[in-house]
Each structure stands twice: as C-alpha cells, then as structure tokens.
Design a protein around this ligand. Structure first.
Ligand SMILES: Nc1ncnc2c1ncn2[C@@H]1O[C@H](COP(=O)(O)OP(=O)(O)OP(=O)(O)O)[C@@H](O)[C@H]1O
Ligand SMILES: [Mg+2]
Length: 340
C-alpha cells in the first residue's frame, strides 16, 4: 500500500474516495469521503452525464483533502467477465503464450476488443503429472476502460490502475489463511457474489438486484415517494416486529432471489475447487446495513454471516473514530487504497 495513491469507487449511488497510510507497519485511515452520484452515473453514455460524474469525483477528492492525484479505480463487476478456467500445468512463459487463445473459448467477447488479465490461482505440485492448474481470467472491454479513464482524467486525476470490485473486496475483507468465504456486496443497482479463497477470487456473479430494487418495491407497495420509501427500508428493513412485518413481507421475496444465487455459487465452489468448503458469508456495501439482513441470511443458508468491515485491523485513531460502522460502505474504496 502506498499513500501515494488513493482508492476511488465510482458507485452508481455513491462515489467514494479512501486514502490509507502505513505508519510503523500499522494501517491508518487518512481520508474517507462519499458524494451522491449524479443522475446517469458512470453507466451513462452521455458526455453531459459523464461530465457531472467527473465533477462529483473532483468534489469528493477536494473535500477529502487527498494530497495526491494518483488513484486506483474500480470497475463495476457487471462490466467485466471473470472466469475460473482449468488448464494443463504450464510454466508462466507457456501460459503467457497460450492465454489469448485459451481465453477465446471462455470469454463471450472478441479478444481484440478486451483487455485481458489473468492470475494463477493454484498450480499442482511439480511431482504431479496429471494435475491441472486453475487460472482466473478477467476480460474488460476496452471501450469501458476508456470511458473510466476519461471520466477520472476529467476530474484532474491520474488513474494508475483499474481493477474489478471483486479483487478490491477480497483484499479488503479476507486474508489468505481464511477459510473459503462468500462475499456478498450489496450495491444500489446490483449485488455481487464473490467466492474468495486463499486471498484469491475464485468466482464472481453479478445479480441485477440491489438497494434500488428494494426501495422501488416499498414505493409500489405502500404508494410512497422515493425518499420516504428509502427511509422505511433503512429503518424497518426485514424486521418482523416492525410495522407488523409489512415491510419485511415486501422485501424478503426479493432477497430470496439473492439467496438462491448464493446457494448456487456455493455449489459451484464445492464442485470446482478442492478444499473449498464454505462456512461463512461476509456482507458489505450500503445494502448490507438493511436491518435484519445478517440474521435472515444465516437462517436461510445455515452459514455464519457477518457484516464486513474493511477497517478492523486499522489503527483506531483519528478519522476512523469519526466514521463508526462505515467500514462496510467503504469496502471497495479501501481495498483499492490497500493495493500495493
Ligand atoms: N441502512 C440501510 N438499509 C438498507 N439499505 C441501505 C442502508 N443504507 C444504505 N442502503 C442502500 O445502499 C445502497 C447504496 O450502497 P452503495 O453505496 O454500496 O452502492 P453503490 O456502490 O453506489 O452502488 P453499485 O455498487 O450498485 O454501483 C442504496 O441503494 C441504499 O438504499
Ligand atoms: Mg458499489
């Protein structure tokens, strides 16, 4: 990690900037600021909308008093294609030569139009002759990357690295010695399911259900304007003893979609990766604060569920004390800031 760059998460509901510094081998939170994303957001193709996003990023960075213009930026998970593939055991050199050709079979986009990254997740022992290696492939469309670079540069910043949200989240929330974990990141427009093991991303899936889906359901059911529906959701959540469980009754069926996807992801992990017995779920993102969510997920999946906090092993001084409980909201941005 270097304080010479900061993490920038351009969410579809909130833009977040986080700066971390290493002090005597300890991590210190130097800055964490968010700003509401202007309408349209990063998913828009309109130059006017994208200009507003650049302005909001600039306002966020100014307010955070971040001392550098170099940043690490996240790509929305649904914009990239990530696949865990198995290949015969190859040396790094052989893999570099073969990867484009191999990727063509797995990536549903022309290889010439994507920026391809890969990481060896596991390699069998040298003595094994029949073993296969697991390689994580990530393909990001060049058009999307160019859009992000333009938006960030127009905020007078220098984007040094772009990486997917899942990689940032796994860095922020798990350690290599942790048991296999499913990270569920609940954003505004989508939710990301990530299986993490040994500090690596093994699997990702983006589901088009997010905080906005829940708010809209409350608006429709109770005929409420958006702001009030948002307040209902954030206050009552899926607690059965609030408003006679009426809000819970609207939201739980939507969350059941998410739960069935979590269970499918777990199946995938068990069938594809050795020793990947999953025993816990870590939830994060703004939607993770939904009252009653951890208990509901635990009950439906029988896993241990906890609210992810990217700041647990940070020095508890200064800014961190002023932002209690926000280490989940800032997970992606913190993971980006922690990139070495
Ligand atoms: N207490 C709460 N209870 C329920 N939902 C909440 C609460 N606080 C925030 N949210 C929801 O979290 C969402 C915003 O979270 P977040 O900032 O992680 O999204 P984002 O990163 O902007 O979106 P995306 O990742 O989809 O681009 C909103 O939909 C908001 O309704
Ligand atoms: Mg997000």
């Amino acid at each position: 990690m270097s304080a010479k760059s900061f993490g920038l998460d351009i969410g579809r509901s909130f833009i977040k900037a986080v700066q971390v510094e290493a002090k005597n081998n300890k991590k210190v939170l130097m800055a964490a600021v968010s700003k509401q994303t202007p309408s349209g957001g990063i998913q828009s193709e309109s130059p006017v909308d994208l200009g507003k996003v650049s302005d909001a990023i600039k306002a966020c960075v100014d307010e955070a008093k971040i001392s550098t213009d170099k940043c690490v930026v996240s790509l929305i998970e649904s914009q990239v294609v990530a696949r865990l593939i198995q290949l015969p055991t190859l040396t790094d050199k052989e893999l570099a030569a073969a990867i484009n050709w191999e990727a063509e079979q797995y990536i549903p986009l022309p290889i010439k139009d994507v920026f391809l990254q890969y990481k060896v997740v596991s390699r069998p022992q040298e003595s094994s002759t029949s073993g296969k290696m697991d390689v994580l492939l990530i393909a990001s469309p060049k058009r999307v990357i160019q859009k992000y670079l333009n938006v960030v540069r127009n905020a007078n910043l220098r984007p040094e690295i772009l990486e997917t949200e899942s990689i940032a989240l796994v860095r922020a929330l798990t350690k290599s010695e942790d048991p296999a974990t499913i990270v569920v990141s609940l954003g505004a427009l989508s939710s990301e399911l990530i299986i993490a093991y040994g500090g690596n991303v093994l699997f990702t899936r983006s589901i088009a259900t997010g905080g906005v889906t829940l708010t809209r359901a409350v608006m429709a059911e109770f005929n409420l304007p958006q702001a009030q529906a948002e307040e209902y959701k954030q206050t009552y959540g899926i607690l059965e003893d609030k408003l006679s469980g009426k809000v819970a009754a609207v939201l739980k069926p939507i969350l059941d979609i998410l739960i069935s996807e979590i269970l499918k992801a777990v199946e995938f992990a068990h069938s594809h990766v050795e020793n990947s017995q999953i025993s816990r779920i870590v939830i994060c993102g703004g939607g993770a604060y939904l009252p009653g969510l951890p208990e509901f997920l635990a009950e439906r999946t029988s896993f241990e569920v906890s609210l992810g906090d990217a700041w647990t092993d940070f020095v508890k001084e200064g800014l961190i004390l002023k932002l209690p409980g926000q280490g989940s909201f800032y997970c992606v941005a913190t993971g980006l800031a922690l990139r070495r």
